[in-house]
Design a protein around this ligand. Structure first.
Ligand code: ADP
Ligand code: CA
Ligand code: CA
Length: 431
């Protein structure tokens, strides 16, 4: 039989977050093509056009368009790996990996990393400590939920949320009922398409959990042939205790004592094994109280790549590609400096009209960059209604305190201008 003359390729599902596309240009792909798969409605940026050999469009949430796109790609290329590096790429990437019959994370693994109830079950089955949990479905008994989760406060969340969307603390039964109602509304009207691919039945369900106390940390790492390598531990020193959970200050390397760190590393490795991750990046969040680690979640995706780059010099996209080709990474990893990231969330819902002191904040000592993702006139919401941050402030320094001081200053003085009406409506009214 004639040998296939098709070009070998790596397929990236979903655009790479902010500035990471440039890593593709410098990574050694051993002659493989780089392909980008994006959603039907998305436009590639000029950088995307330059960075990939070909760009394909599909619907990430439906099997038929995914099958058709895969057939189209396979007409031209032999895919050797599929990577979905951000949260919405995880399920379609696993589907395409399995369908193409290549090595990588399976659909079951992707579900255990994406669907919070599947995740809780996989982790608790492997004896990883997680909050107590109960799956609330329409007509479930609230008493059953309360009995399963223990005392208030409880946490409610959608199964396929992200960026703290729909994560709500309930202090009593009345608040529990309200939170469940609000999450069901979000599921039905905002998140519904995410459930289509593998868990349409979960669109009516809400995960209720016991409240994990303690300090919160995040871990970024990479899995190489099933083995977790920890790349950075991030501190979340001003983490919210509710009722909503906007992400805020992140600092790497974390200010964490050795005992807690060892427990966190053990819990991280067990979590990676429990969900069955085979390769690629992972991001884990945990709360630690008196050295007892409660895993909040694990994702099959990159976490804080800019922090990683600044604090360790490591490039997660390059590492992902390297582990695919070499299966063994260099093991000398140590912090080189301190770095921090403030996730910028609006305080109120409305129409974004700019950050009035942005240029002043950009001149603060240690600020590496402040990036704003939204445009004037865009509708923005704080958590629990938001579906993403409006920007990041990235800071680097010589000590934890130096980085923390700048991040807190930005957090406490940032002036986000939110209009209650669309700006063009204002203009009309003024005429
Ligand atoms: P998302 O995927 O939207 O980030 P998470 O489940 O990670 O949702 O929740 C977001 C944040 O809410 C967490 O970082 C944590 O601070 C808080 N949180 C979530 N679940 C719990 C819990 N059971 N106990 C305490 N805090 C929690
Ligand atoms: Ca998440
Ligand atoms: Ca999270």
């Amino acid at each position: 039989m004639a040998r296939s003359t098709k070009q070998q390729a790596i397929l990236f599902v979903g655009k790479l977050p902010f500035k990471l596309t440039s890593s593709l240009t410098t990574a050694n792909l051993h002659g493989s093509s780089k392909l980008l798969l994006i959603q039907e409605h998305e436009l590639p940026t000029p950088t995307d056009r330059l960075s990939y050999n070909a760009i394909f469009h599909t619907n990430f949430h439906q099997q038929t368009p995914l099958d058709q796109t895969l057939a189209k790609i396979e007409n031209e290329f032999t895919i050797s790996a599929v990577f979905g590096l951000s949260e919405i790429g995880v399920l379609p990437a696993a589907y395409l990996t399995q369908k193409a019959g290549i090595k990588g994370n399976t659909i079951n693994t992707a579900l255990a990393c994406r669907n919070k109830h599947t995740m809780r079950m996989a982790l608790s089955k492997a004896n990883v400590s997680v909050p107590k949990f109960h799956l609330y479905q329409t007509h479930s008994s609230l008493t059953d939920t309360e009995n399963a989760c223990g005392e208030y406060p409880l946490i409610c969340k959608p199964l396929l949320g992200f960026a703290s969307k729909g994560v709500i603390r309930a202090d009593n039964r009345e608040e529990l009922v309200k939170a469940i109602r609000r999450i069901n509304r979000d599921n039905a009207f905002v998140l519904s398409s995410f459930y289509n691919l593998f868990c349409p039945e979960d669109v009516n369900k809400v995960l209720v959990e016991s409240f994990a106390t303690g300090k919160e940390y995040a871990v970024d790492g990479i899995v190489v042939d099933g083995e977790a390598q920890i790349l950075q531990i991030i501190d979340k020193p001003d983490v919210s205790n509710g009722p909503y959970f906007p992400d805020s200050v992140h600092i790497s390397p974390a200010n964490i004592d050795d005992n807690a760190k060892n427990q966190l590393i053990i819990a991280t490795k067990s979590s990676v094994a429990a969900v069955g991750l085979v390769n690629g990046p992972f991001h884990l969040e945990a709360r630690i109280d008196q050295d007892i680690v409660n895993v909040i979640e694990i994702g099959a995706r990159i976490g804080f790549p800019r922090l990683l780059k600044l604090s360790t010099g490591l490039d997660i996209v390059k590492l992902t590609i390297e582990q695919h080709f070499k299966a063994k990474l260099a093991d000398t990893i140590g912090p080189t400096c301190f770095a921090g990231n403030l996730c910028i969330n609006p305080e109120t819902a409305g129409f974004f009209n700019g950050i009035s002191n942005l240029e002043t904040l950009r001149k603060l000592p240690n600020v590496d960059e402040i990036v704003v993702f939204v445009q004037p006139g865009d509708k923005v919401h704080p958590p629990p209604d938001s579906s993403g941050y409006i920007g990041f402030a990235i800071v680097k320094g010589n000590s934890y305190d130096e980085v923390a001081t700048t991040l807190y200053e930005i957090r406490d003085t940032i002036q986000i201008d939110i209009k209650q009406r669309r700006i063009d409506c204002d203009a009309k009214n003024n005429n």
